[in-house]
Design a protein around this ligand. Structure first.
Ligand code: NAG
Length: 456
């Protein structure tokens, strides 16, 4: 442990003894003491100042600790202060999503500044629009449909193969539920040391199960599709237990540091929200074979639609997301899936998996079900955290396909190059054959032609 901590702690206890002579002789009372204001809106606050020294105070200025979040323009000149007191109103305006403190600062004749001990806690949220509710509910409905589909498509026989050959799936689950949560936690801490909201967004994305898109990409990139489907299945089921487990343990560290309360019951409800549709899907599979066939058929389009819908809708309706986009968020969005692919691949190679299996494991590890993370964040967190954290999975969703697409293009180019070479060789062979043919046949033809002309 760093010993500086104890010096700082000592300072906290010792400092007031020295400052007591100055501080706390005046008071600022804010009514109410905590407010929530919408972005671009103002709210009126009552302020009572008392115990000021009329002779020495030249002015009182109200300030916010973070002017990016909230702004206040209020200066109380000495002339307005009488008998050491001042009472009146001022406006706070919400600038951008987040939380900050507001305080009064006095300036004395010898130009010394002193801040009030009392603070007004300001939370800035977005205007509650109908479209935001529509967004959250639509994501919830799409995720529910996905889980019904998933239950219907669940191949229980395939699950039994885990018993016979568990190495590949075991690596997949390890990558998905040990490597990715730790990676997302570490990346969040390193890239956003000061933002607990972003750390949460990253972590919630890291603990979510593999996305349905992983099966599509594995197929496109010539990986082992059966292994991919099996791993998605296992991770989607394991998510019911492992997501809450991670959030209540390592996630709690972020909640505690950010002085946020862990939404235990909401996360429990969330897990139930997924179990319900899954059971419905299983029942459909058992009793309605025709419906099952349709559901299995639309499973991939639905999961593709979910990702597409979330990314497009999130961007179109929440342009604030772009204000939040910074190089850090882009690096985080790239880092999580890319490092996931890489670590998944390395892990698979360490355990001597063949290329097709290693590819399936890498894709499975790197691709997260961002729909589930967004649903989880919006469903469980209060504002402004729900808004502030959503940007992490959205960024991950946008960045994930980039390396896969590059890999796809490389594979296609290689194939084309190889085919091109082959075609070139074949062409040469054919023309050679042709020339031989023509050389052999030509004399005969000429002879027959001659014979024909000679006949008449
Ligand atoms: C605060 O703003 C409102 C309008 O947004 C205005 O009516 C009110 O007078 C302002 N109050 C102060 C103290 O400036």
């Amino acid at each position: 442990m760093c010993p500086m901590k104890y010096f700082l702690l000592l300072g906290v206890f010792v400092a007031p003894i020295f400052f007591k002579a100055h501080a706390a002789t005046w008071r600022a009372t804010f009514t109410p003491s905590a407010i929530t204001v919408e972005m671009h809106k103002e709210q009126e606050i009552k302020l009572d100042l008392a115990g000021l020294d009329d002779g020495s105070v030249t002015e009182v200025v109200l300030k916010t600790a973070d002017t990016i979040v909230a702004d206040v323009q209020k200066v109380i000149p000495a002339s307005e202060i009488s008998g050491g007191t001042w009472s009146g109103y001022f406006n706070v305006s919400g600038v951008f999503l987040g939380k900050t403190d507001l305080y009064a600062e006095i300036t004395t004749v010898n130009n010394q500044k002193e801040q009030s001990e009392e603070r007004l806690s300001v939370t800035v949220i977005r205007e509650q629009r109908v479209i935001d509710k529509v967004f959250t509910y639509t994501v919830a409905v799409l995720v529910a449909i996905l889980y019904v589909n998933f239950g219907a498509a669940l191949d229980l026989k395939l699950l039994k193969t885990i018993v016979t050959c568990p190495v590949g799936p075991a690596i997949g689950v390890f990558g998905q539920f040990v490597v990715m949560p730790l990676l997302s936690f570490g990346l969040g801490k390193v890239i956003f040391p000061d933002s607990h909201a972003m750390q949460l967004g990253m972590f919630f994305t890291g603990v979510s199960p593999a996305g349905g898109a992983s099966n599509v990409w594995t197929a496109v990139l010539n990986g082992n599709i059966n292994l991919s489907v099996l791993m998605t299945t296992i991770s989607t089921i394991a998510a019911f237990g492992l997501m809450p487990m991670w959030i209540f343990t390592l996630g709690k560290v972020i909640f505690d540091q950010g002085e946020l309360t862990v939404p235990y019951s909401r996360i429990g409800e969330f897990a139930l929200c997924l179990v319900g549709p899954l059971i419905i899907g299983l029942l459909i599979q058992r009793y309605l074979p025709r419906v099952t066939r349709i559901l299995v058929l639309v499973l991939k389009p639905v999961s593709a639609l979910l990702i597409l819908f979330i990314v497009i809708f999130a961007i179109v309706t929440n342009l604030y997301l772009f204000e939040l986009f910074s190089w850090r968020i882009i690096v985080a969005g790239l880092g999580l899936p890319w490092l996931g692919f890489l670590l998944g691949w390395i892990l698979a190679k360490v355990f001597r998996q063949v290329n097709a299996d290693a590819l399936a494991i890498a894709v499975e590890t790197g691709i997260q079900n961002t729909g589930i993370s967004i649903f989880l964040l919006r469903f469980t967190l209060p504002q402004p955290e729900a808004d502030l954290t959503t940007v992490a999975p959205v960024s991950v969703a946008i960045m994930t396909p980039v390396p896969l697409f590059v890999l796809y293009v490389i594979i296609k180019l290689k194939e084309r190059l190889n085919r091109g070479k082959r075609e070139l060789l074949e062409e040469k062979g054919e023309t050679a054959d042709l020339s031989i043919d023509s050389q052999e046949t030509l004399p005969q033809d000429q002879e027959t032609a001659k014979n024909r002309t000679e006949v008449p």
